[in-house]
Ligand binder design. Structure first.
Ligand code: ZN
Length: 311
């Protein structure tokens, strides 16, 4: 949701806090430029070049790439049949050994990957999760109904939230997310992940999406392959809303759509048009709000894509 009162200053897009110089390790960047789609083919080559890869390689064939940072999505691979837990949470491992997990906005700086190998041996791998600082966005002069929904609206919001939560619990055994991600819309970034919000002086939940301002009717593309998990024309906060299941708990939410071109259950490829930019739901102007989740964990979409191209 984007809320901007007259005279308020939009948030800066900010530098991407991913480090590693100018090379941004996103999901499109599978260590040394190797993408998981070609995993079997590159396995031999990988053994040769592991020593020069930027990603972290560990003993016994465990490999981690991506973003070990608050809001980041981490990609891993393990010998097939390996069991993985992040802290106490089981992580689904694909038949080829690929797995994925994410860190929330306020994830602790220490995590542990528990590994159970096929031969029964176990290993605990400590992970260092980079922490971030988030801006506070103060927005004043908003109409009351946008800050405090009515009792009637709250009932509707709860019903809608339970449907969204159900879509986020999907645990599809298809690694669609391995296509990597692209920006669903090219535009001006007006809201970033993680910023805490004061609306009319009252603290509200942090913003978990990235807001991209673009003209009404601009096509919105699926950021990765997946299956449409939810397609709703008019939700209270998010208006026209499409959720896409990228498999293994990774979902995308595209909000405030003016029109929707897909239906639930429909497979989509990366780049397919799923709808258009609109100003539906609780907004002050046309824009796309793009969110990415790993199950209930909210991730920063900006960590998955290159810098927003200049228009
Ligand atoms: Zn937003």
């Amino acid at each position: 949701m984007e809320l901007r009162a007259p005279g308020s200053v939009p948030e800066r897009a900010g530098r991407h806090p991913t480090g590693r110089g100018s090379r941004r390790p996103g999901i499109t960047d599978w260590g040394c430029g190797i993408r998981p789609g070609g995993w079997i083919i590159v396995r031999l080559a990988l053994a040769l070049i592991l020593s020069v890869c930027v990603g972290a390689a560990y003993a016994n064939g465990i490999r981690l790439d991506g973003n070990l940072i608050q809001g980041g999505l981490a990609l891993g691979s393990a010998p097939p049949g390996t069991g993985i837990r992040l802290n106490e949470r089981p992580v689904r491992v694909a038949d080829d050994g690929g797995f994925v997990f994410g860190f929330g906005r306020d994830a602790p700086s220490q995590a542990t990957l528990h590994i159970r190998y096929l031969d029964g041996s176990r290993e605990a791998m400590p992970l260092q999760v980079r922490t971030r600082r988030y801006e506070t966005q103060r927005i004043n002069g908003l109409p009351d109904r946008m800050v405090t929904p009515s009792a009637k609206a709250l009932t509707r919001i709860r019903q809608e939230n339970s449907r969204i939560a159900a879509a986020r619990r999907l645990d599809t055994d298809q690694s669609y997310y391995r296509t990597g991600f692209i920006w669903p819309v090219i535009g001006t970034i007006t809201g970033v992940y993680g910023s805490s919000r004061m609306l009319n002086g009252e603290p509200r939940r942090p913003h978990y999406g990235i807001d991209i301002a673009a003209g009404t009717g601009t096509p919105v593309h699926s950021p990765a392959d997946g299956i449409v998990a939810l397609a709703e024309a008019d939700l209270y906060f998010t208006g026209g809303t499409v959720m896409i299941d990228h498999g293994f708990g990774v979902t995308t939410v595209l909000s405030h759509l003016g029109s929707i071109d897909v239906g639930v259950g429909q497979p989509v490829r990366q780049g397919d048009v799923v709808g258009t930019v609109g100003a539906t739901g609780r907004v002050t102007g046309p824009h796309l709000d793009w969110r990415v989740n790993w199950f209930e964990v909210r991730l920063d979409p900006a960590l998955l894509v290159p810098e927003m191209p200049k228009r």
